[in-house]
Design a binder for this molecule. Structure first.
Ligand SMILES: Nc1nc2c(c(=O)[nH]1)N[C@H]1C(S)=C(S)[C@@H](COP(=O)(O)O)O[C@H]1N2
Ligand SMILES: [Mo]
Length: 513
């Protein structure tokens, strides 16, 4: 094992260097970056938000360090395994050694293609990423082969104890071997240090600098969330890849005329376009599992009326291509805002948002907005879906929420003469009647200005001009009332089972500088 430390390390350095070159030259994403992106999906949400809360902006650096360390240890172990599994190959005839190293490199690459990428939700060979990142696959291959070639090259000669092969030729003098060894440790170390340093520097440069931030540095959240920025939550490690041509939507159960629609039939039905805000029931106070898009599709009522709902029907069960299911009441299903959507912000529904069709239900948490929808069944009993079986609410009505986006977080800021605080508030289908801001921990409150929402079903942008009187520590709070004047609950509660409640709170320290 110890003998493999040096080759393992050098091979690792070369692998990293190859990835870094491709990253720099072509912007090809590296395996650690792909994994980092997938962390929020792979780690249970509770753990994830706890870590984020604990480490704040350092969480990413921390995760990157863990991934780098794990990769190094794995590289070392792989080098050791390769050398001990095939001593004959590792130290034996040259062509044998190179052939087995090539196999190792290819195997490593396939592991990336068939395990790492699917785990990160990108599908084997990144098939579900568009445009298809061919250069990334090439860079991973080059890196894996680079890694394996170093192992093959070091299979004889510069290892700790001279192998039989070293004895065959003229062995380099021990001093020279020692020098080569030292030099390559230094070179490898420099490469790794440079790559890790560059990565850390990059993450750090996105953090607030030492100079005091200004409250007006960050922009308000856009009213419509772009598809790229839109949060995505699913139970799946790899989301289903549904083919529109063979996709079918089945309407069955307590209906007069069961029916099956294919994608073009669905698109021929009268379409509606509406703005709607989607929020995950596990969105914490101040969290970002919420977004607004313009959706196009067919009213569920349209499809259900054609099928003829029987009077005994009580719930509408929704089933999906990934085995997920949930249900809503028949009344909810017949509301005009409940839509079978196939477009999001003017383009076909992206895969992670439910291609080819998903349900949108106003006033109800994201959970019941079933993606990759394949079946609709009307039943006359209570139905517990995927998350309800794990204790989550079956009514799942959205709790009134408000969030402060400017300032973007707690911490120190320059004392401004005047600054505009801003954020969003959401009350599901009930709307928002007012938003209030407190700068003194809730002693006094002032009304914020509201922007006219895009529809009955969206969040409301708020803004508040604040002139802090002096340096000091301020506890900023935001609260909202829904369309019926009901103020959002102040008591803090976790997301399970009904969705989180409590006021979003940021403590800022303002200083002149
Ligand atoms: N088929 C299916 N639909 C699903 C889910 C899922 O895992 N499978 N997750 C739900 C949850 S918990 C949420 S919050 C929303 C998220 O939708 P989005 O990814 O488009 O934001 O999809 C819902 N619909
Ligand atoms: Mo969710």
């Amino acid at each position: 094992m110890k003998r493999a430390l040096y080759p393992g390390f050098l091979a690792f350095a070369v692998g990293i260097a190859v990835l870094a070159i491709f990253r720099q030259a072509f912007g090809a994403l590296t395996p650690p970056e792909v994994l980092l992106d997938a962390v929020p999906r792979l780690v249970p949400l509770g753990v994830f938000s706890a870590v984020i809360q604990l480490l704040g902006p350092w969480a990413k650096v921390f995760a990157a360090a863990i991934i780098a360390l794990a990769a190094f240890v794995a590289s070392w172990a792989l080098a050791a395994a390769w050398r001990s599994a095939m001593p004959g190959l590792a130290d034996g005839r040259t062509w044998c050694r190179w052939l087995s190293a090539a196999g190792l490199g290819l195997g490593l690459w396939l592991f990336g293609m068939l395990v790492v990428l699917p785990l990160a939700g990108k599908g084997p060979f990144a098939v579900s990423v568009s445009p298809w990142p061919a250069i990334m696959l090439v860079s991973w291959l080059a890196s894996a082969l680079g890694y394996a070639s170093v192992l093959a090259a070091l299979g004889e000669g510069v290892t700790g104890t001279p192998g039989p092969a070293a004895a065959r030729g003229t062995p380099p003098s021990p001093e020279r071997r020692d020098l080569i060894r030292k030099l390559s440790w230094i070179a490898g170390g420099a490469v790794v240090a440079a790559a890790v340093g560059a990565a850390v520097w990059k993450s750090l440069s996105r953090l607030p600098s030492r100079v005091l931030r200004s409250l007006s540095d960050s922009a308000p959240v856009p009213e419509v969330t772009s598809n790229d920025e839109f949060y995505s939550v699913s139970k799946n490690l790899a989301d289903p890849w549904v083919d529109a041509a063979s996709w079918r939507l089945q309407i069955k159960g307590l209906v007069e005329r069961p029916a099956t629609y294919d994608f073009s039939q669905l698109q021929q039905l009268p379409a509606v376009t509406q703005y709607l805000t989607l929020e995950c029931i596990s969105n914490d106070v101040g969290g970002s599992l919420i977004g607004t898009a313009e959706w196009k599709g067919v009213r569920l009522e349209e499809v259900l009326s054609r099928a003829g709902v029987q009077p005994a029907a009580m719930r509408v069960v929704l089933r999906a291509a990934d085995g997920y299911s949930d249900s809503i009441t028949v009344d909810k299903a017949m509301e005009p805002g409940t839509v079978l959507a196939y477009e999001m912000n003017g383009v076909p529904l992206p895969r992670e948002h439910g291609f080819p069709a998903r349900l949108l239900v106003p006033d109800i948490y994201g959970m019941k907005n079933v993606k990759w929808l394949t079946g609709i069944e009307l039943v006359d009993y209570e139905y517990a879906g995927y998350w309800q079986q794990q204790g989550w609410s079956n009514t799942a009505v959205i709790q009134t929420m408000s969030r402060m986006d400017v300032p973007p977080g707690p911490g120190e800021y320059q004392l401004p003469e005047k600054a505009t605080l801003s954020g969003v508030a959401f009350g599901g289908g009930r709307g928002i009647s007012w938003v209030e801001i407190s700068a003194d921990g809730g002693e006094t409150w002032s009304r914020a200005q509201l922007k006219q929402p895009l529809s009955h079903y969206t969040w409301v942008l708020w803004a508040y001009d604040w002139s802090p009187p002096a340096e000091g520590t301020y506890t900023l709070l935001v609260r909202a009332a829904d369309g019926q004047g009901q103020v959002q609950p102040e008591a803090r509660s976790g997301a399970l089972p009904d969705g989180a409640t409590g006021y979003h709170r940021l403590v800022v320290e303002l200083r002149e500088e």
